[in-house]
Design a protein. Structure first.
Lengths: 307, 307
């Protein structure tokens, strides 16, 4: 059997994504050892019970020491501080990456702490569920997904190649782009959808003419789809919106403009404008299903039989 | 074996809901005969190939003649005209109901045509998928769902009871409320969610800085959830928004107000406001899962293994 891709992989933060990555690394034999670190004693205990890692550390620096791959998997707001804390322990030619949903802000916060000789290759696997914590993770989370890398100009090519091979082995395809473009793309494909979902669930919860019980009872008419992503981790998402402010505000402005036009079409009874939009939007879904990023089964393949 | 609940059930409109109802009536033995009618020759042909009904009619009046239960299952914009067309053929003590997503507008459009002695009990099963047409239907669509009836003051109690029994037999629980309250509840639990989903998919399709291919590729970050309901039938939904204008505009106004407050929180970096909302919204989803209206499996139970 050939040597594993990395001798020692340190994963800092063992939530949904970090713990899934630990499982994937073990499942695919990508490391001689997987070391996990998390600031929370409860998370470390859960990780221990789940046997996610070969070793668990409360001290982040100790986890990073000797690791040839270090993965930051904390909320993006914490990544600068974590990078600062582990920086003195990073060895020469170690790779440092992250899984944050925003890239420019992470580069700004973590980049200055990265010592010379360490290869910083920021990354973002486009994968997740609405659940949180180490028990919610699973090795197949990254299967048939995309992982975006946003290495700064001049990053060591071998490091990029090796990290690409790592994500490929976890089941993902890798795309390289600039951090600014990543943040714009994700603002529309992920951040604004989450914000809108959180928002409508909040609007529904605050009505005086319709009870919360009614909203819950009759949610099968469409509302329940929104509640899934509005159940995502609050800390992670607070950080995303604060860290990707400019792109989110830009996309939100466009969304609101378009919504105002739709509102006007409804007020003035312009059925053709509504019909035209509703016809166009079907094609996008077809594209997503064809690209293997979604199930084509009706209702997401939710079970309909009482079984 | 006891007599079926109805001697002859006529279903006018054999799309997703009408064809599912035809299947449910047959599966549960709720009628001596199921007669289907549809204005579209293609739909009638599909219905014939699928053996959905005991008889198929192009002429709506002929379908309704002799039926003790008549169900309007067309887009709501067509229901007034359909009611007018079948009215002369409705027998004494026949029940006339519908499955429209808006109730006051259907009552306004169809009500005046209903002959004396016919029991008009408007209804709305809160069930559906994003697919359309007779081939997309299935008998279990109404299982574990709610059906709302909005009978006008003074409606024959036996007719309401019998229709309730009918929906119970199809697998649904029945709730009775006023048409105005129905329209308000559905505006927030169904109509505005659909509008927002259509809108963001349209916004994403029209960007110049992000390609449509990128939107599709990276949709797993949240966007793809919205595309499901934005793939729903365009004619049905155009009619819903035009027919429930007042309640939709009211709920949309609240949604936009709340969204503006969130936008401001992002602009000014108010992380606590974001965190508070994102924490509250989790509880609503928990309620929907506990109420049996949603799967608790992560990611809607979408399959994650490459199988």
């Amino acid at each position: 059997m050939s040597d594993p891709l990395f001798k020692r992989v340190a994963i800092i933060g063992l939530g949904l994504v970090g713990s899934s990555l630990a499982r994937a690394v073990k499942a695919e034999g990508l490391a001689g050892a997987v070391v996990g670190a998390d600031a929370s004693p409860q998370v470390r205990q859960q990780a221990e019970e789940l046997k996610l890692c070969d070793a668990l550390e409360a001290d982040l620096g100790r986890a990073a020491a000797g690791a040839d791959l270090n993965v930051l998997a904390t909320p993006v707001g914490a990544m600068g501080a974590v990078a600062k804390e582990i920086a003195p322990h990073l060895g020469k030619d170690a790779i440092l990456t992250d899984v944050g949903s925003v890239k420019q802000a992470v580069i700004n916060a973590a980049g200055p702490h990265v010592p010379a000789g360490v290869h910083f290759v920021p990354g973002h696997p486009i994968a997740g569920t609405e659940q949180s914590g180490p028990a919610a993770g699973f090795a197949a989370l990254f299967h048939q997904r995309w992982c975006i890398l946003t290495p700064p100009e001049g990053t060591n090519e071998d490091a990029i190649q090796k990290l690409t091979q790592f994500w490929n082995s976890c089941g993902s395809q890798v795309e390289v782009m600039s951090p600014a473009h990543h943040d714009l793309v994700l603002a529309i494909t992920s951040h604004v959808p989450h914000l809108i979902a959180y928002n409508i669930v909040g609007t529904a919860a605050d009505l005086e003419g319709v009870t919360r019980q009614e909203v819950i009872k009759y949610s099968a008419g469409g509302f329940r789809d929104f509640t899934r992503i509005a159940a995502s981790d609050p800390t992670m998402w607070r950080d995303v919106f604060l860290a990707n402010k400019d792109a989110v505000l830009e996309m939100l402005g466009r969304f609101s403009e378009d919504l105002t036009a739709l509102q006007r079409a409804i007020r003035w009874g312009d059925g053709d404008a509504l019909y035209d939009l509703f016809t166009r939007t079907r094609q996008i879904r077809r594209g997503i299903i064809d690209a293997g990023q979604e199930t084509g089964e009706p209702d997401f393949g939710r079970r309909h039989e009482d079984d």
